[in-house]
Design a protein. Sequence first.
Length: 287
Amino acid sequence: MFGYIKVDKPNILIKDFNTYKAYYCGLCKTIARKEGALMRLGVNYDIAFLSMLAHNYEDAEPSFDMQRCIIHPVGPKFPVVLNDSVQERIVDINTVLGYYKVYDDLSDRGGIRHRTVRSFLKPYYKKAAARLPELDKALKKCFSELHALESAGSRDIDALSRTSADMLVAVGLAACKNPDEHLTALCADLGRWIYEIDAFDDLKKDVEKGCFNPFADAPVEGEELEKLRKFVSERLFGYIRNIRAAYDKMRITVSEGPLSNVIYLGLRAKTEEVLKSGGIKCKKTLL
């Protein structure tokens, strides 16, 4: 995905952070088992959040084990969420979503790196898409609509972010059994938040490289940047309020601590970080 949906680390209990990391590490191990070690590069905290949400909708308390990491083979073991049907499904979602993200980057920017990554991902994508045909169809439609808008140079931020909202709704429906209107509402505004925070985060880089950005008509410095920052801030924090309202109506019984930290603190902390950067891209994961 995009790497923005994270806990607020300075303000999370150690036990909750360990649970959060356990989801991440468990997904990494599931990816390695299903798709090989190199595909671990696509693991990110976005899908850890999605896994926690999906476990709640399935009323499935995960099992934990103490294991070691291939990157840190020496030293104490740490908690890991063991592989289950939810983790398997989340890994497939991440593979399909990652493939379309790279395909979109290739359409926008080209380059040998994106071509190489797309070729590498393609066989894994085909297998995952065969298991999730409805998600694959929905994402193909969303990315096609987004590409058409961006290719036309659209500055209709509502229309652009709506495609991202549709993507996240499709992802949420694929991830969670027994979905309801609260899940749909949360995913829709989360999708809008992701698109617009990513656009502002990419602003300076996109202007320098001549790439599309819905905010690129505004200068990246001075008074106009401050006006843009205020405009984006109002929208992003508005989405966060809507996300919290939807979350408050959900029945959360599994891993509530880290999940609530993401919703109530993590989204706000990441928003403040990106707004403060002034359109200078924050470090994110590969996919």
